[in-house]
Design a protein around this ligand. Sequence first.
Ligand code: MRU
Length: 340
Amino acid sequence: MARAIEWLDGKLRILDQSKLPREQIFADLDNYHDVVLAIKEMRIRGAPAIGVTAAYGIALGASGIKTASKDEFLAQLNKVMQAFAASRPTAVNLFQAIDRMKKAARGDGVAEIKNSLVNEAKRIHQEEITATKQLSQLGAELIKDGFTVLTHCNAGSLATAGYGTALGVIKAAKEQGKKVSVFVTETRPLLQGARLTAWELKQAKIPFTLITDSMAGYFMKRGEIDCVIVGADRIAANGYTANKIGTYTLAVLANAHGIPFYVAAPTTTIDLSLTSGYQIPIEERSPEEVTHIQGVPIAPEGIRAANPAFDITPNSYITAIITEKGIIKGPYTEGLNRGQ
Ligand code: MRU
């Protein structure tokens, strides 16, 4: 499995997810502006991976600040952090990582602070690897032998810089010796399902069927899907969950067909400061992502198109939230607060 993110000799190496699966290109980023751009352009994406990338990007930004004055250094570092905070608004992992890096910016002198920022970024990365591995093992208990699971978008190694969340649960079920197969929704507009989840499942040798987003209800009605597992970009204190656009539709469909609907996420994706999921900022991306597929126009020129990147799934549609600290079932406000 190719690594989504790697810290190599003071540079950040990312696997360019915008090019997968046709090309496997690694980009070595040596300044923070390029890292911010890679997040905005979704060459690296997925909530936990965005957090880890921003942490390394801040360490990179810090290393490029050329001053011996601690005050001047901290002022410039603040600008670096602001640039990351403005990159993508929905995944709370980004803001949690920035907060941690802010707290780690301590030391007697500039060199010491730079060093402490690199170490903190490495710690954040390692913790995501451990958390995604743990939640995957816990979540695999929900998958019975012979299950067919539907998943949306990409919540695998690529999206987490670790083991994966929704895909991690599926991989762990297979590692436990269970027979498991998957329906993968293509996930328009940017096709994370068709391009990335299919790529990861193929490598993991897990059998899967790719479907268009609009086919999910058809296969649920035919009784071919045993459960749905998705990742999350931000979970509010009441359990309402922001995830890739189309998740809400799948949750409503699963509910209508009596199919369990699971959200798998590390606790870094939980935002207890928000009492309601409707307070989560939803990123609106370029209409071109809808009117074009991989740069090729598919709609008449000059038309209007909407492109909200995420939607909110109410807690009543979520059977359980799988975290590294345990599997939480409603009422979520109490469960999530206990889980922290
Ligand atoms: O816009 P993306 O590709 O960054 O959106 C990703 C998702 O919605 C994932 O499901 C989510 O980040 C969870 S990743 C483990």
